[in-house]
Write a protein that binds this ligand. Sequence first.
Ligand code: AHR
Length: 324
Amino acid sequence: MKKVCLSCLLIALCLSLCACGAPDAVRGRVDDELIVVGFSQVGAESDWRNANTKSMLAAFSPENGYRLILDDAQQKQEKQITALRNFINQGVDYIVLAPTTEKGWDTVLSEVKAAGIPVIIVDRMIEVNDTDLFTCWIGSDFRKEGDTAVHWLEDRMGGASVRIAHLQGSLGSSAQIGRTEGLDEGLKRNETWSLVFRQSGDFTQAKGQELVQALLASGEDFDVIYSENDNMAYGAIDALKEAGRIPGRDVTILSFDASSAALHLILAGEISLDVECNPLHGPRVRSIIEQLRQGNVPPKYTYVDETFFDASTLTEDIISSRGY
Ligand code: AHR
């Protein structure tokens, strides 16, 4: 009887310890010796971002030997800084940071470095005074993506006069900076092109729609929408349709990400070009961590290979063979 009561007491103690918030990281280590990774994610602003989160969760699963502590920063850098400090307090083994913006990381990353936690930057780049503040980076060449879109437009439009409406992503993020630089170079090279509108839609569908509604209401005419991601392009398409304009016929839409829904819109003739931005970083980041655990030094910077899609080559088979 005494034995039964003692067991009950122990079980109750364990349950109450779990319930009253022993940090996940600590619990993971005690329970199952998992490697604990704190992942500070930008948010859930786009299909791309959701595919990226899914890829990280699948790669860093308990079955693979990991516990992933995911923090959604709702597109706010302050929240990411807080998350990084929480990861230090939780004693995680590694930190993965998908940064909102390029600047403003020096202080918090110095704190992480002092705590001896390796940091892997994923997707967008950061700009810090000392590159030893992070172990390595893996992501996209956003400037190259912008150049790809602009070269496609040059091939299509030749020397014709083109009025461009530009929906920018979140200002200060590498994805916005690189894609905007590509367009700015194109505008310099092509005297017949003009920029009639430029504003940030923060990579969201709702803001993309609002911006194009406002543009249409202003009476300014345009031939091309250069949308720095697919979700803003979806919003733009909705706004055009509401106004009785036919996307793809009345307005040429260029977009970035190449998520599955957008590729279907290429087949439907509504989006003309989509430049790939690959979100499937989970296995790549895991491979970096595995290299580090084996005592190897991964490359400091790794750019993923990316392509582009238009109606001349895209098929249903290509879309269904892709992971997002
Ligand atoms: O940093 C990648 C960009 O961020 C993607 O283009 C966009 O959809 C996302 O929100």
